[in-house]
Design a binder for this molecule. Structure first.
Ligand SMILES: NC(=O)c1ccc[n+]([C@@H]2O[C@H](COP(=O)([O-])OP(=O)(O)OC[C@H]3O[C@@H](n4cnc5c(N)ncnc54)[C@H](OP(=O)(O)O)[C@@H]3O)[C@@H](O)[C@H]2O)c1
Length: 243
């Protein structure tokens, strides 16, 4: 265990983040998983057991990022794998979109990358190894009425990824994004049945994806074997959109 690489997975309390944490534990990483509440962090800690620990983190808040990062480094060492999974939606048509619906989505989905990467890249540079993997969405490419804030934030995740990859590639650090389509989680459970039916008609494989199917791609991108892939967005959408 002492030689295991530490991986930080934001938003590991449920959905895709929980599946990523499980997949990385299975692959032998020591995992720091985060939730926004003490109860969520404690539940992550219980699930991970000796393979890692749970921490409270709000990626939209500078102080929270600073405190969580310090606690993770003290307990598990510097993470050399960072999975920016935490993400939120605040759907509304643009004409009705309140400033706080815009700001929450942008500050969480994009601002979180800035805060975490900026803090965590230096130790990766020293180690001459690092893996940064961020969750985008098929909506970044397809667009979706009612999601201008979310689509803009995920498009920014992909653009950020391409640029940071070029800044730090020579230090052995790869930076990639994974863009899921419609995955069975609490986020998609909110989609009305009729809309869900219509969506599935356009998915080549004819079903929603599972969180585990997204996690297996993240696990691959974190591995040594993925060292020549950087600046990329890997689509995991069952053929809903072929980029
Ligand atoms: N589900 C899909 O079909 C789908 C499709 C495309 C892309 N994605 C992307 O995949 C990622 C995970 O999606 P999901 O469906 O698994 O989401 P989810 O079930 O709604 O879970 C969201 C996770 O993010 C955490 N979180 C929310 N706000 C946060 C903040 N300010 N700081 C830190 N953590 C925060 C939540 O923590 P708490 O439990 O403490 O609230 C939770 O762990 C997101 O980036 C999402 O945009 C999902």
């Amino acid at each position: 265990m002492s030689e295991a690489i530490t991986a930080l997975v934001t938003g590991a309390s449920r959905g895709i983040g929980a599946a990523i944490a499980d997949a990385l534990v299975e692959a032998g990483y020591r995992v720091a998983g985060t939730a926004t509440s003490e109860a969520g962090a404690a539940a992550i800690g219980s699930r991970l057991g000796s393979a890692g620990a749970g921490f409270v983190l709000d990626v939209a808040d500078d102080v929270s990022v600073e405190q969580a990062h310090a606690a993770i480094v003290a307990q598990l060492g510097d993470p050399l794998v960072l999975v920016n999974n935490a993400g939120v939606t605040r759907d509304n048509l643009l004409l009705r979109m309140k400033p706080e619906e815009w700001d929450t989505v942008v500050q969480t989905n994009v601002g979180g990358l800035y805060r975490l990467c900026r803090r965590m890249v230096r130790p990766m540079m020293k180690a001459r190894f690092g893996r940064i993997i961020s969750l985008s969405s098929v909506i970044a490419r397809m667009g979706n009425a009612g999601q201008t804030n979310y689509a803009a934030s995920k498009g920014a995740v992909e653009a950020f990824t391409r640029s940071l990859a070029q800044e730090i590639g020579s230090r052995g650090i790869t930076v990639n994004a994974v863009a899921p389509g419609f995955i069975e989680t609490e986020m998609t459970a909110a989609i009305p049945e009729a809309q869900r039916h219509a969506l599935l008609a356009n998915v080549a494989v004819g079903r929603l994806g599972s969180a585990a199917e997204v996690a297996s791609v993240v696990r691959f991108l974190a591995s040594e074997g993925a060292g020549y892939i950087t600046g990329e967005t890997i689509h995991v959408n069952g053929g809903l959109y072929c980029a």
